[in-house]
Design a protein around this ligand. Sequence first.
Ligand code: F6P
Length: 343
Amino acid sequence: MAKSVGILTGGGDCPGLNAVIRAVVRRADAAGWDVVAVREGWRGLVEPIFEDLGPQQVSGILPRGGTIIGTSRTNPFKLEGAVERVLRNFSDRGLDALVAIGGEDTLGVAARLFAEHQVPVVGVPKTIDNDLSGTDYTFGFDTAVAICTEAIDRLHTTAESHNRVMVVEVMGRHTGWIAVHSGIAGGADVILIPERPVDFDEVCNEIASRHANGKNFSIVVVSEGCELPGAEDKGEVDQFGHRLLAKRGVGERLGEEIESRTGYETRVTVLGHIQRGGSPTARDRILATRFGLKAADLVVEGSFGQMAALRGDAVIAVPLAEATAELKTVPLEWYDVARTFFG
Ligand code: F6P
């Protein structure tokens, strides 16, 4: 009888998920394995919600955003009796392996299931935030950066025409990867990231000196995760226990402060979920495809507790435990590249 591998996508949706699914199915099928979709992330193993997934079902999905097998932020370790149900459903369905595609939360669950319950799982690093250790880049990040860069280009025209300061709030949770990369690519005049404390005086001085030097507009990119006085959350968390950072209104708060301190007319744009939507860039499609093939290869050779990762230009395997141990923050060298162009 053919062996079976389950596949699930967990956490926020992300461009490139379907490219991974397609690659896993194609490579596993060629190796004689059946693939089973575990729908809606870990919820699909808790409930259970399974569906057969063959080459027919994944045909034509490469350029599509989102995930054809659904996602959720269900965390079995936070629900009474859910881990036992995951183990039972995994075995009742006759699964021999599992590919979990997700960020730190989804892969954190995978790492624990492997370490504590010997579930034969392989991970694939997904997140627009690019904050996973163990891999140089996650897929989805390049698309998010491209979307933010295009938005910054478009906001430039209004900033210039109206002599305004335009504040752009981008996602990224507790790291500033999206802000730094899109800010550099879009030529932002100030970039604020969670890794560096925000100093309103410093921000307003950069803008004022720029205007004193003859420019009458500025673009400020701010990460949703920056800590600012007056931008506190109301304690709302998702199912993994993460604070809902976007609800704090960091961009609005910064915009108010800039306008009142400098007197320059200021507008705020919050890019929100636009950053995760739609078709992946060519780079993300290729990275996601390579990750999917690697994950299927790891399953077929029986190397579990591993995650596909990018190091330089090579796709390699790293232990899931290493990848989920700590967040990958933006190093100072990257911020220095951005800072050269401030003001
Ligand atoms: O992790 C991806 C991400 O888009 C973060 O950048 C953001 O903080 C969060 O998810 C938003 O989550 P939700 O889709 O639950 O609003």
